[in-house]
Design a protein around this ligand. Sequence first.
Ligand SMILES: Nc1ncnc2c1ncn2[C@@H]1O[C@H](COP(=O)(O)OP(=O)(O)OP(=O)(O)O)[C@@H](O)[C@H]1O
Ligand SMILES: [Mg+2]
Length: 274
Amino acid sequence: MNMISPLPVAAPPADSVDIPAYSASGNECALFEKAWEKRLPLLLKGPTGSGKTRFVAHMAARLGLPLFTVACHDDLSAADLTGRHLLKGGETVWVDGPLTRAVREGGLCYLDEIVEARKDVAVVLHPLTDDRRILPLERTGELLSAPPSFMLAVSYNPGYQNLLKNLKPSTRQRFVSITFDFLPRDQEIVVVAQESGLDEGAVAPLVDLARRLRSLKGQDIEEGVSTRLIVYAASLVAAGLPRPEAVMAAIIEPLTDEPEVRAGLIEISRAALG
Ligand SMILES: Nc1ncnc2c1ncn2[C@@H]1O[C@H](COP(=O)(O)OP(=O)(O)OP(=O)(O)O)[C@@H](O)[C@H]1O
Ligand SMILES: [Mg+2]
């Protein structure tokens, strides 16, 4: 007889006004939902400002899952995720870290820039991201079993990783993975207009400039202009700043510190926008 595996239980989805806006570029929403139903962890790869964090926030709200986001950095250790004993009013008390909270509450734990974290983080993630779905807490002696609604999502930007900062195959091969890229032109215009409040006609030249500058990635600039930066520029224009000043502050300055490259970018943007 077939065992029918019950779907993970989550809170009823939030009202649609509470769901962060996300414009899908493919089947990623369905894929996320299926991965969650099947209790599979998810890895999101893609350049900075391409919508990974927004996507996770959108899906967490859609599925009614509490979201625990951790921005990983090179000093982040396993204990920062699982928890530690802290001194409170002369007593030592155990305080759950965000990963432990997500496991206990059956929520979504999102580890942003996972490759930055210290190596011992993989040790706690491995038993959680295979079919065991367990989180051993050595310090408290507990062995937590993740409830069906718990999900782990991680992301990183493969663009500027060096070899040392790649995920090990044994970690990488525990995740269903999606690659993110910037949206097609017309869709990006709609998103930037919605995010910034600037009308689409005024957003279009900013998106076109950004797309032009993206083609310089790897030559003069390390990363292409993110959708985030276009939203910044459009928001400044919507607030009344002259367009050249907005482009300078929100697109060109964040891209480079090299005076020659900067001068070249200013030239390109003058030629494109006048
Ligand atoms: N598909 C999208 N739908 C809606 N908004 C988007 C989308 N893609 C990008 N944005 C906009 O771009 C901004 C940056 O996106 P987000 O913070 O999700 O990028 P990220 O991929 O997480 O970047 P990082 O790697 O730097 O963390 C968002 O705040 C939002 O305004
Ligand atoms: Mg992010």
